[in-house]
Design a protein around this ligand. Sequence first.
Ligand SMILES: Nc1ncnc2c1ncn2[C@@H]1O[C@H](COP(=O)(O)OP(=O)(O)OP(=O)(O)O)[C@@H](O)[C@H]1O
Ligand SMILES: [Mg+2]
Length: 256
Amino acid sequence: MRTIAIMSPKGGIAKTTSADTIAYILGEEKGKKVLLIDADPQGDTSKAYQRYDPEGEGLSGLLERHRYVGGGFDTSYFIEQTDYQNIDIITANGYLMQTDMRLRLEREKTQIERLRETLKEVDKQYDYCICDCGRLLDMVVINVLIAAEMVIAPVKLGGFENEAIYNLQEQLDDLCELNEKLHIKGIITMRQKNKTTLEFEQWMKEQSGFKMFKTPVRRSIVVEKASMAMKPLPAFSKNSVAVKDYRAIVEELLGE
Ligand SMILES: Nc1ncnc2c1ncn2[C@@H]1O[C@H](COP(=O)(O)OP(=O)(O)OP(=O)(O)O)[C@@H](O)[C@H]1O
Ligand SMILES: [Mg+2]
């Protein structure tokens, strides 16, 4: 199983859209077995996959009540099926903020290794584990980053947006000591076709020092509509330009 985190310290930059869409294309179009993890207390991925439950256990349960930490449950107990055959999910809700606080108060090393250790149980059952992170580097997201081999960071044109990926790199530098495999790869997102954007894209790819996916994701109103409909983008519209771009990104991912 390849575990990939979608993360950026910037809000509203297409983390959830990227996670949900990449998971969908891998699972439904490429026939891979996908475990989707919602690691954001907003629960947006859980909502898009119609599994949001404000009282549900999901990732909070996994991190707090698994056998590994003295609870009574296996990893599979916290995994739910979605409406899509190849995609299962571990959901999130607001309770994840309390999980973060509990993990903070924990003084054992397991506090940041819980996800990595509990996922070992399902390693053979899935090809990919895609984790949608919130924008804060809290203990839950640190658990994701210790379990992951790659961070996909959406980037969009704009001064603060560019800076976000450098901030992310700084945040990850410390974690790389604990997880040597971890590396960042950027996706240009919400790309519009104008000279400034194209120059930025070229700079990102050639001079920023970051590895980037070759394909940028174009801005499209269909993506907003899919979010409003609370559906994974390709399930809402198979042929939007943004879906085509994400398909090319998945090909890049599979070709690595
Ligand atoms: N390529 C795109 N074109 C147009 N709109 C987009 C595109 N990608 C994402 N959006 C829109 O931008 C908004 C934010 O996207 P999304 O929720 O995926 O971001 P996020 O980084 O997960 O946000 P948060 O920080 O709240 O978790 C949504 O309304 C979404 O529909
Ligand atoms: Mg999100």
